[in-house]
Design a binder for this molecule. Sequence first.
Ligand code: FE2
Length: 384
Amino acid sequence: MISKYVQPCPITFGRGALGQLPALLEEAGVCRPLIITDRGVAAAGLLARTERLLAAGGVSYTSYDAMLPDTPDYCCTQAAQQAAEFGADGVIGLGGGSCMDAAKAVSVLCANREQTITQLITGTPFRQKPLPSILIPTTAGTGSESTIFAVVSCSEDGRKRSLFTYASMGVLDPELTVDLPPEVTAYTGMDALAHAVEAYTSVRPNPQSDLLSLDAIRRIAAWLPAACREGQNMQARENLCLASNFAGIAFNNSATHIGHAMAHAMGAILHLSHGIACAWDVPEVLYLMARYLPEKARQIGCALGIVPAQELSGEELGEVLRRHVHRFMKEIGIPTCAALGIDEEKLASCGDYAVSEKLRGLCGAPVTNGEIRQALVNCARNYR
Ligand SMILES: [Fe+2]
């Protein structure tokens, strides 16, 4: 079979890697960066830490700290305006997926000022090469530092849309994640798990993404509970940073599919955080994959730390995997749907959006629309 995989941007990884930032900016030819971050990252002191580093390195910068969850298009426009007024020649994305995706989109906007963000996310190609960008994740979930698209929420129709572009470099410093609260650690870790599970079962697998997906699943299974219990556990934080990055590279090359179609629907209609929505649907995706792709599901089971008996039918294997992930979710404190006031009816209301989501077609198994609708309802029915 012919498969294709891309090589994403270089990553500087390790404890204290943030300290390399002035040298990396120089390498990228950036003298006046715009930093894009959000209020939470600023409140945690990570913006000030980054600004001190730049000041000590003699780098002039300006900071936009008002990025909102899910990267609204108007925030990208505001940040690009600030960059233009400052004369920025590069963009730093500091934060979770929203800030990193914004940095990628803004680096395109800054170099293509005649185009609007709406045009860019609805498929109008851009002509000028984006400004250099350096992405610095402060969570371990999205893998956005290594993905080749920026996901932006379109204010015209509320949908998430992708702009194809990638960062110049990434800085993966586990020390930036040690103060994340347990619930954020859990939600972002489950997002990374969803990326890995879906990449491994997508319609276009390849040897590289298979390898990285299974490795990410192993690291998350082994280290996410420890990181949730003791945030300062550096070994756990290192492993989760790598897992998030590897899962990001994996789904770059293959794809996410029905789990993310469901999660996007839950985000748009029920305004749920992406990580919680992904957490709820991972067991249901696994259940369906076990029925259609039992050998792949068995490999995922092994990576999760269980060795399913060979004689299990696809249906039985699906039940085993679903129960196992539900126990894992309890251990790391993922709330039930009922605890957040989400009932089966509300989940059912996400069905039309989920089955019409583009990602839905990238599943490696012939899952039906009816099964996706049932999987949504099952998030509440099966996880109590
Ligand atoms: Fe995700």
